[in-house]
Design a protein around this ligand. Structure first.
Ligand SMILES: Nc1ncnc2c1ncn2[C@@H]1O[C@H](COP(=O)(O)OP(=O)(O)OP(=O)(O)O)[C@@H](O)[C@H]1O
Ligand SMILES: [Mg+2]
Length: 283
């Protein structure tokens, strides 16, 4: 197919790339409160070029952690949200017609490899297997990205690191990571922060008083126990921050909990009533 095009008008230019998704470390350090030695382990993996998998429930700090680490390690960050339709070309790049010329445009994975960036594939399990295998050669010692359409072998620049996130709560038999993918990653397990830490985060991020944040965390602990009653996933720290923001802006606590905590968690009338009762009793 390529042969049928005017080859003279085709330029494979690594400089012409999708740079919109690249975030360079700048500004203040992204706020992140560690729960253990995850920062030290991550930095060690980074220095040794080891790929890392962040595993944990929604809203527990995985994305914030990676933003924080990219800033600390002074590396650009390229984030790719994985989904069903993501193709290998979406990652590596494609030929496009621009101003009558056929030009090569790097995909975000190729950009990250050339830049020596941290490349964060969010919710990797959502991507199809034929897409996921594209990252495999980047995870072994050779650290290369073969680009089938140009025949180029991109060697990842120093500093390049692959990071993926994975929420085991959503895994289905048909949608799980193959062992050949999983076994390439050092795994950091994330969970909701300990109560005191979580209250500190909620107060910092939402602007509510520490006493209110402590109550919200207490409520979250109670609601998380409703998993036994059929709640698919408990509230993450993100929801407590949103609820706190509404309260800080003057919305009464009961209303804030209803719209920012109960509503997004479930449609089940019994569970909604149970969460409402817990909110009334706690706040
Ligand atoms: N350890 C933490 N330090 C600072 N803020 C945190 C921490 N954990 C959670 N947060 C707060 O919770 C919000 C949600 O966290 P984040 O977006 O990182 O979750 P996530 O694990 O990436 O979720 P998802 O799986 O849905 O993408 C952050 O924007 C931040 O306000
Ligand atoms: Mg995230």
């Amino acid at each position: 197919m390529l042969a049928s095009r005017n080859r003279q008008a085709m330029t494979a230019s690594p400089t012409l790339s999708h740079n919109e998704g690249v975030r360079h470390p700048q500004g203040d350090e992204p706020y992140y409160v560690p729960s253990g030695s995850e920062r030290e382990i991550f930095a060690s993996c980074h220095a040794r070029g080891l790929p890392v998998m962040l595993k944990g429930p929604t809203g527990c700090g995985k994305t914030r952690f990676i933003e924080h680490m990219a800033w600390r390690l002074k590396r650009p960050l390229v984030t790719i949200a994985c989904h069903d339709d993501l193709s290998a070309s979406d990652l590596t790049g494609r030929w496009l017609i621009r101003g009558g010329e056929t030009v090569w445009v790097d995909g975000p994975l190729a950009v990250a490899a050339r830049l020596g960036a941290i490349c964060y594939l969010d919710e990797i399990v959502e991507a199809r297997q034929d897409t996921v295998v594209v990252i495999h050669p980047l995870t072994d010692d050779r650290r290369i990205l073969p680009v089938e359409k140009t025949g180029e072998l991109i060697s990842a620049a120093p500093g390049f690191q692959l990071v993926v996130s994975y929420n085991p709560g959503y895994q289905h038999a048909i949608k799980d990571l193959k062992p050949s993918t999983r076994q390439r990653f050092v795994t950091l397990e994330f969970d909701y922060p300990a109560a005191g830490t979580e209250a500190e985060i909620v107060a910092h991020e939402s602007g509510v008083k520490r006493s209110v944040a402590t109550k919200l965390v207490e409520l979250a602990h109670r609601v998380r126990r409703l998993k036994e009653e059929g709640l698919p996933e408990g509230p993450g720290t993100r929801m407590l921050v949103s609820t706190g923001r509404l309260i800080a802006s003057g919305i009464p606590a009961a209303d804030a909990c209803r719209v920012a905590l109960a509503g997004p968690l479930t449609d089940d009338p019994d569970l909604l009533a149970a969460i409402g009762d817990l909110a009334d009793a706690t706040l």
